[in-house]
Design a binder for this molecule. Structure first.
Ligand code: ADP
Length: 164
């Protein structure tokens, strides 16, 4: 049985992430979608909010497990005996960072292979930051995120606008 982990911030999950998760779930027996919590990063959504959204969006894929982890990815993969890390690639701009991370993970933990899936042509420009930017100005985002995520974004930015 080959297990894979798809780690990310998922702040919030978009159709770009969902597409990668669906395709990876077809390639591997078990897919662990892991919401990483890096204390040095600041997130728009809490871990609990991100878990709720990811779980809801991926609930129809039977071999997907949603988890959270705070620490080095290789600690997670070693503990779970997972050798495959899935990452999505959009533009060339993703490449340098992803290459660095993939090589670093391999250096720290020799058995770990990073498998890159190319973005879907419809989502090549899509990122969580873009969705948040547009949502913060009240723009349409339903083409980029499922309903539950749209609702959470609207709530988040409505509260912020009211506080100002
Ligand atoms: P991180 O902070 O780890 O980069 P993200 O949630 O931004 O977390 O991204 C997680 C993974 O999903 C990354 O490999 C990223 O390249 C990929 N990803 C994000 N958006 C898309 C998209 N639109 N198409 C393909 N892959 C994507």
């Amino acid at each position: 049985m080959v297990k894979a982990v798809y780690p990310g911030s998922f702040d919030p999950i978009t159709y770009g992430h969902i597409d990668i998760a669906k395709r990876a779930a077809l390639l591997f027996d078990e897919l662990y979608v892991v919401i990483m919590e890096n204390k040095k990063k600041s997130y728009t959504f809490s871990v609990d909010e991100r878990i709720e959204m990811v779980q809801e969006c991926l609930k129809d894929i039977p071999n997907v497990h949603v988890e959270t982890f705070s620490g080095l990815l290789v600690e997670y993969t070693s503990a779970k005996k997972i050798n495959v890390v899935i990452r999505g690639l959009r533009a060339v701009t993703d490449f340098e960072y992803e290459l660095q991370m993939a090589l670093a993970n391999k250096e720290i933990c020799d058995g770990v292979e990073t498998v890159f899936l190319m973005t879907d042509k419809n989502f090549s420009f899509l990122s969580s930051s873009l969705v948040k930017e547009v949502a913060s100005f009240g723009g349409t985002i339903s083409q980029w995120v499922p309903e539950i995520v749209e609702k959470k974004l609207r709530e988040k930015f409505k509260i912020q606008i009211e506080v100002k």
